[in-house]
Design a protein around this ligand. Structure first.
Ligand code: SF4
Length: 503
């Protein structure tokens, strides 16, 4: 192994754990890596199950990686765990169950860690251009001695792609994840890199996901990619799909801050698949970075992507409410095939909008998000929508609260009762999350509520109650972290421990 960052490209057309094990073991050998101490593997399990079959790192892939890590272990590990915080409002234990992780973890001998059920530690930041002076992360992440990033190869409607760097959005629980999850999302992802860097990366690119992140379109790429540096890794993934890595802000920022090389000349790209062959396998892969106005063209929703709060280095909020609407509609289409027919003609406005709104009498106009601003006529009536955006400096992570989905459902129902007869609606928040927009559209179009789907409701509620019971138990026992006595990794320098989630 040299000192240059290495990315290994291997062919693998099937989800065969033993084959993946051999490939990953050879990759670890090439990189001269062996797990040690507290070994933590972070998959991408943002959403899983029947309706999200291509959104997550497949259990067979994870099993192959875990077995390969065990093969490379020279001495007993202090811990061997798989940890994740799945999509907000969904209990991670539900996502793990639907992904089929539990029986696999038991087979392999690794323990699950639900990042929404452990204490969070504060990591101070002191680099230039940081969004805030510290970040919170689950204690097991900060304590890991050998950290493995095991993402899914996917497009992303907010950040162009989600490979290795972007997978870090799942190392924060809900209350911290939503902070700065707006037009500064790429900067937030770059800041998250200061928490920890993985020693090893293995991405599930056997069936990749194009176009979207929660409901991606399956794309058979037939590859396993591995590496030892996140920036180099993501840069090579970008080249494979024909995207300039410098055009992806979180990759460029992480590179500029010294986390790794971005130019192919500075990266050793090795393996049995050449870069050209990898590009051929990925030919036609769509990233899906589509502005909301364009995304909804031809549907009953007319969306308007106004400018986010200024001054800003962007005139579109890629990381917040507009992209959440795109994901929300795709989720609803999964659960209710009549979604597009049922939603009445509706106008949804994001950010500051200073052009005319072409609204017919009786059509609803929804101003979405704290920064929604408008002064002008709506169907012949003068309307003033004020910007209520609060500067991010006023948002205190210590005061942040978990998002309770059942609370959201009750809140949305009550809010809808008072708004349903109005033509102009204001939905506030920064961001207004995917879950909230799903619930709003359910009300608007009288659609099937995904959370109440008979196939989902019972298992989801069980997981929700299980999570709440675990957190209540942790608080009762005064256990801030479920491995008492675990020292935190020196490099992370946490200075304050939050209690377990209050959800
Ligand atoms: S309110 Fe929504 S659109 Fe406005 S900055 Fe926040 S996340 Fe972006």
């Amino acid at each position: 192994m040299g000192t240059r960052a290495t990315v290994i490209l291997e062919a693998c057309n099937e989800y065969d754990p033993e084959r993946i094990r051999r490939i990953v073991r050879a990759g670890l050998e090439h990189l001269d890596l062996a797990p040690h101490g507290r070994t933590l593997v972070k998959p991408n399990c943002v959403a899983s199950g029947k309706h999200f079959p291509h959104a997550f790192t497949r259990p067979e892939f994870l099993e192959g990686v875990l077995l390969a890590l065990k093969d490379r272990t020279n001495a007993p590990l202090d811990d061997f765990a798989v940890g994740e915080r799945c999509g907000i409002t969904v209990p991670t234990r539900y996502a793990f169950k639907e992904a089929g992780y539990y029986p696999m973890l038991q087979r392999v001998g690794a323990r699950p860690v639900h990042f929404d059920e452990v204490s969070q530690v504060e990591i101070p930041l002191d680099h230039e251009d940081r969004l805030r002076d510290s970040l919170f992360t689950p204690a097991p992440v900060a304590a890991a001695d050998f950290f493995v990033n095991c993402p899914k190869f996917k497009a992303h409607p907010w950040t162009t792609v989600t490979f290795s760097l972007k997978n870090y959005i799942g190392i924060q629980d809900d209350r911290h994840r939503l902070i700065d999850h707006d037009h500064k999302l790429n900067e937030k992802i770059a800041d998250l890199q200061y928490i920890a860097q993985p020693q090893f990366i293995a991405i599930d690119a056997i069936t990749a996901g194009e176009g979207r992140m929660l409901t991606p379109i399956p794309f058979d790429m037939g590859m396993v990619l591995m590496g030892d540096n996140q920036v180099a890794f993501d840069a090579v993934c970008c080249h494979i799909i024909g995207v300039d890595p410098r055009s992806v802000p979180h990759i460029r920022l992480a590179h500029e801050r010294g986390f790794g090389p971005i130019d192919l000349d500075d990266i050793d790209v090795v393996g049995s698949v050449s870069l050209d062959e990898a590009k051929a396998r990925a030919a036609g892969f769509r990233v899906g970075l589509i502005p909301v106005d364009e995304y909804f063209k031809g549907s009953s929703i007319r969306a308007y992507g106004g400018t986010p709060p200024q001054p800003s280095n962007t005139d579109y909020c890629w990381g917040g409410c507009p992209g959440a609407l795109e994901e929300a509609i795709e989720i609803l289409r999964q659960f209710d095939t009549g979604t597009d027919d049922k939603i009445p003609p509706t106008h949804i406005v994001f950010g500051a909008w200073d052009k005319p709104l072409d609204v017919n009498p009786g059509e609803k106009v929804i101003f979405m998000g704290d920064c929604a601003t408008y002064r002008g006529p709506v169907a012949g009536r003068d309307v003033v929508i004020e910007n209520v955006y609060q500067d991010r400096a006023t948002k205190k992570p210590l005061d942040a609260k978990d998002v309770d989905i059942f609370g959201k459902m009750i809140g949305t129902t009550l809010a809808w009762q008072s708004m349903r007869s109005k033509d102009v609606l204001e939905i506030r928040g920064c961001p207004v999350s995917v879950a909230e927009q799903v619930l709003l559209l359910v009300k608007l179009g009288k659609l099937k509520n995904p959370y109440m789907d008979p196939l989902v409701a019972l298992r989801f509620t069980n997981a929700y109650l299980g999570k709440r019971a675990r957190n209540a138990m942790n608080r009762l026992l005064g256990i801030p972290y479920n491995r008492p006595g675990a020292a935190l990794r020196g490099a992370a320098k946490p200075r304050l421990q939050l209690p377990v989630s209050t959800n």
